[in-house]
Design a binder for this molecule. Sequence first.
Ligand SMILES: NC(=O)c1ccc[n+]([C@@H]2O[C@H](COP(=O)([O-])OP(=O)(O)OC[C@H]3O[C@@H](n4cnc5c(N)ncnc54)[C@H](OP(=O)(O)O)[C@@H]3O)[C@@H](O)[C@H]2O)c1
Length: 274
Amino acid sequence: MEKNLLNQYGPWAMIAGGSEGIGFSYAKLLAAAGINLILLARREGPLQTAKQKLLDQYDVKIDIHCIDLTTPLLDQLLDDMISEREIGLFIYNAGAAQGTEIFHDAPVASALRLVDLNCRGPLVFCHKLGGLMRERGKGGIILMSSLAGLTGAGYVAAYSATKAFDIALAEGLWSELKPYGVDVLSLIAGFTDTPAMEASGTAFDRDGPNPPMHPDEVADEGLAQLGKTPVWVVGKTNREFTPFLRSQDRVQTIDLMTAGAAAMNNDPFPIEPT
Ligand SMILES: NC(=O)c1ccc[n+]([C@@H]2O[C@H](COP(=O)([O-])OP(=O)(O)OC[C@H]3O[C@@H](n4cnc5c(N)ncnc54)[C@H](OP(=O)(O)O)[C@@H]3O)[C@@H](O)[C@H]2O)c1
């Protein structure tokens, strides 16, 4: 990677959802660049494993915190986690849906959990950490989003809506923070081979014509694009698909994405009334 990540985004990076999948891939790249890490996730086991793997390979400091990003106490917990550390890079990675669901067949709490995770969480973190970066006149923020954030679709209605929120938030903050030397990027991922995706029950075909991306590729492209553009769709195949997702023919787009979401969990399509 040609840019000097440590100079631009050190000495500390915080990754919300940094123990596994794309978040851990970011952690490896940043540790390799000499950046100290604060990794957040709910489960202690994967956090400890991630920390040990990084310490075995890289000469950096690693803090870990077990935290559910949907907690209403996020604001005050964040103050304690930052403490005196200068966080030059913040990545909000956590945010995958736990499989598909029909909006009205699930309790409203399920959709509200996604709002807390993908809307409230990024807002709280960006307000605090982005504000400190603005004062310092340098820094970087990456908000993970999804192709699902470019169009609404059945089976993932609430998830798509929260991921659209993340894109819009990043675009707005890119504009506001750019004059202060702070880079903001909305990174739009497509199907990626992560433990969370596997646990969601999604049908995987790693050997098929459209295999999921490797999380290391996603993180590498994300860090390379930070500072170059407000929004980036990772992966050539995903980028080729993007104009269709933004097309004016909304019925065709929504139907195709709904069929895709249904197929991922072997759900019926067209949607069958229960
Ligand atoms: N995988 C894909 O195919 C795909 C496609 C498009 C977009 N994306 C986006 O890429 C990002 C990463 O996705 P992913 O597949 O790697 O799964 P993910 O579940 O979003 O992220 C995994 C990491 O986040 C932590 N995490 C999840 N929920 C959390 C919570 N409520 N509080 C604290 N930590 C939490 C996990 O640890 P714990 O479980 O221990 O908390 C783990 O460290 C997401 O924003 C997702 O929307 C993924």
